[in-house]
Design a protein around this ligand. Structure first.
Ligand SMILES: [Zn+2]
Length: 591
């Protein structure tokens, strides 16, 4: 996450700006004891759970878990990258960042910039093909599909001619070499050596990132040849699950309307957008990922899904619902008539009908319920059980207990079963029982029970540097079983070893891990701990951590032993048993 701006500059900026002043430029803050409080700008809420600390120079939302230092706030609020946030705040604080390190120059060098140039040159080449005689057939095809010239231009659509080396020759003439073309996914190596153009005789849809830079391509046939679409492979520039088609055009509208319409294909996007439903994006080419959901969340928390009206569209929708829920977003669903996609629907019925469908989108619960009822017989016990377990798997994903309990109630009513029965079923489900078909692994069990001890220690260490020094003598970072706490502790131990004091806001610039950041911010805002016999409590915590770690190791070894037994791997079994014996002896030693 860190740019090339050196630590000392980052730290100077951090020490000169006050997070309270910066945040209050964007949202109204109210004093609450030593801290400040506000309605969270990152999720919808009625009572404020967003806290800002002057002492610690950190913010944290107890509702959605957002949190970090002043850089994180700016990045999250303004949807910018770390170096950009540092630059903005440096200006504010009067800190000069050397020209050679500034954000723009950093971007224009390096492999990504070269790949981007290759993609941009290819996009212009394809675009141009549509306006010369070799592109006549493609142009006519697009017009016939109701895509006018302005749209072709706006979406930078193009055409790849039916030749094996048209693009290769063009890019060569522009000084772009074959290895770069290959890295950019534009050409494919031949078996006997040499390369050929990846896209031939296809309509080209350039894929642009949010900053409107070409990073990849989708390509569609003009006839019934299969595959209908091919896409760029993943490249350092184009990571499929991290991009949404069309967001470069629709992001501002999505923010203004505070809602996004999510469709599947390029043409679905193009039809809707050019006819005036402009808050649209396409997940094109992949099943929706959590990263794509988070990308939408930068602009809105409200999503309407309009996937294809067939079985695979249904399955994709249900999967995506869970992802949006896990991201704490509000989602509704439009079901299109069987066999239709948004593009076809709009061409057949007009954009106003499409708008009407969006307005009437179903809440996710109703949608999933109706899909399940069409699959299973809700009057039979067996059907009820299936519907119940599939609905529960979704309901369990809601982060907030109130929402969860409302859905339990609703599900109980729908299925005509007692709510207590559902709650019991849910418990079964949650403990990793039969529905998921796997027992909770030792790592999971261990994590639940250690979490509180580890977080307790983090909180104590944040309060007093002396405690860190003390614990550093007694514990190793990997005595902390939770990966997040281990990362935080490693950093804290390093700081102390270098004779530096602990400032949470500074730690965060080095942490670079979303989950660990969240835990650190949350710990900062937990009530202070006043412990009387500190020595004893610390010693107790240390011992508990050590014991947990031994138990954890033992459980892992037992599993490995079992696996080796099943495989009949005598040699490995021998070794593992020896290890196990040593471990037991150590345990007696500390016990
Ligand atoms: Zn929040």
């Amino acid at each position: 996450m860190k740019g090339r701006i050196p630590d000392h500059i980052v730290e100077t900026v951090l020490s000169r700006v006050n997070i309270v002043e910066v945040v209050s430029e964007f949202i109204p803050l109210k004093r609450a004891g030593r801290n400040f409080r506000a309605l969270c700008p990152f999720h919808q809420e009625k009572t404020p759970s967003f806290m800002v600390s002057t002492d610690k120079q950190i913010y944290h939302c107890f509702g959605c878990g957002a949190g970090g230092n002043v850089f994180n706030f700016l990045m999250q609020f303004e949807r910018i990258e770390f170096p950009e946030a540092v630059e903005i705040l440096a200006k504010k604080a009067g800190v000069v960042i050397p020209e050679s390190l500034s954000y723009d120059t950093k971007e224009s060098s390096g492999i990504n910039a070269q790949l981007q140039k290759a993609c941009e040159t290819a996009a212009s080449f394809y675009e141009n093909n549509l306006s010369v005689p070799c592109g006549t057939q493609a142009r006519e095809y697009l017009l016939k599909r109701g895509i006018p010239q302005e749209a072709i231009k706006a979406f930078r659509m193009g055409f790849a001619v039916e030749k094996w080396d048209a693009l290769i020759n063009h890019l060569r003439s522009k000084g772009i070499n074959l290895s770069l073309m290959e890295k950019a996914g534009l050409v494919v190596p031949k078996e006997g050596g040499g390369y050929y153009d990846r896209f031939r005789n296809r309509i080209i849809f350039p894929i642009l990132d949010v900053k409107a830079r070409v990073i990849g391509f989708g390509a569609r046939v003009l006839d019934k040849t299969l595959p209908k679409y091919i896409n760029s492979p993943e490249t350092p520039l184009y990571i499929k699950g991290k991009n949404l088609y069309g967001l470069w055009l629709s992001k501002d509208v999505i923010r203004d309307l505070d809602a996004a319409v999510v469709v599947e294909g390029y043409l679905d996007f193009i039809s809707a957008f050019q006819q005036g439903v402009r808050n649209v994006v396409a997940s094109s080419g992949t099943a929706l990922t959590a990263e794509q959901a988070r990308l939408i969340k930068r602009y809105t928390h409200n999503v309407v899904m309009v996937y294809d009206g067939d079985a695979s569209g249904q399955i994709a929708t249900i999967r995506a619902l869970d992802i949006f829920i896990e991201e704490d977003m509000q989602v509704r669903v439009v079901s299109l008539p069987e066999g239709q996609d948004p593009d076809l629907f709009i061409r057949k019925n007009g954009i106003e009908c499409f708008r009407a469908l969006i307005l009437k989108a179903q809440p996710l619960f109703d949608y999933k319920m109706s899909v399940l009822k069409s699959r299973y017989d809700a009057k039979e016990i067996e059907g009820k059980e299936k519907i119940c377990s599939e609905m529960l798997s979704t309901i369990q994903k809601f982060r907030r207990p109130v929402v969860k309990s409302e859905y339990f109630k609703k599900l109980a009513q729908e299925l005509k079963v007692k709510e207590e029965a559902l709650l019991q079923e849910a418990k079964l489900f949650h403990t990793g029982g039969k529905e998921r078909g796997l027992a909770a692994s030792p790592a999971v069990v261990a994590q639940k029970s250690i979490h509180s001890v580890e977080q307790f220690l983090i909180k104590l260490m944040l309060e007093e540097d002396a405690i860190i020094a003390e614990l550093k003598d007694k514990l190793e970072p990997d005595d902390f079983l939770d990966e997040r706490t281990a990362k935080i502790v490693t950093l804290m131990f390093d700081c102390i070893a270098q004779g530096k004091g602990i400032e949470p806001s500074k730690l965060l610039t080095h942490l670079g891990d979303a989950e660990a950041t969240r835990l650190l911010c949350e710990s900062t805002f937990l009530p202070d701990i006043n412990i009387e016999n500190r020595e004893k409590i610390l010693a107790d915590c240390v011992q508990r951590l050590k014991a947990k770690k031994l138990t954890f190791k033992r459980q892992c070894l037992q599993e490995e032993i079992k696996a080796a037994q099943e495989k009949g791997d005598e040699e490995r079994l021998h070794k593992l048993i020896a290890e196990f014996d040593t471990l037991i002896k150590t345990r007696r030693g500390t016990g």
